[in-house]
Design a protein around this ligand. Structure first.
Ligand code: SF4
Length: 159
């Protein structure tokens, strides 16, 4: 959405193709962020700005049925609700989204007290009693040879 809006604000007609029935993806499950006081409100505003922008056409529950051409001259067929539409475009941004990692370490899946951060946040949000002592284990499955990168959100969410 951010990329689509950026292009649209530069004057380019933009087509945003989303495979699910609504925009937002995994960000819908994020309840706290360092730089965004209310992520849900921020997301709703982003969706509103995207879906109402005159230069952005949003397709939900959609997929790319065919793509041909090359950079500068693509011709793509979008399938939405059983109907197809072909658009010509010069560039494509593939935003594949992200999902929470399911750890295999620290007895996750074996001990019910071991939660992912997202599960923990959901329980906090529901007002579940989580006991008096909590240990946060950071960087699980990240910043190691198979996944050397940093997700850039979990430290701030943990705090
Ligand atoms: S954001 Fe923090 S907890 Fe998450 S991978 Fe990076 S350093 Fe580790």
């Amino acid at each position: 959405m951010t990329a689509a809006l950026n292009l649209a604000e530069q004057g380019f007609q933009t087509h945003l193709v989303e495979k699910s029935a609504r925009l937002g993806g995994t960000f819908r499950d994020v309840r706290s962020l360092r730089d965004v006081p209310e992520p849900a409100v921020w997301l709703d505003e982003l969706i509103e700005r995207t879906t109402t922008h005159p230069k952005v056409r949003v397709y939900l529950t959609s997929r790319l049925a065919a793509v041909e051409g090359s950079v500068g001259g693509f011709r793509t067929t979008i399938e939405e609700d059983g109907k197809t539409k072909t658009v010509e475009h010069g560039a494509a941004i593939i935003a594949i989204g992200a999902g929470e990692s399911e750890p295999s370490e620290y007895r996750y899946g074996e001990d019910h007290r071991v939660l992912t951060q997202r599960q923990f946040e959901a329980r906090l949000d529901e007002g579940t009693d989580l006991g008096e002592s909590i240990v946060m284990i950071q960087c699980v499955g990240s910043r190691e040879p198979d996944r050397p990168y940093c997700s850039r959100v979990c430290c701030a969410q943990a705090m």
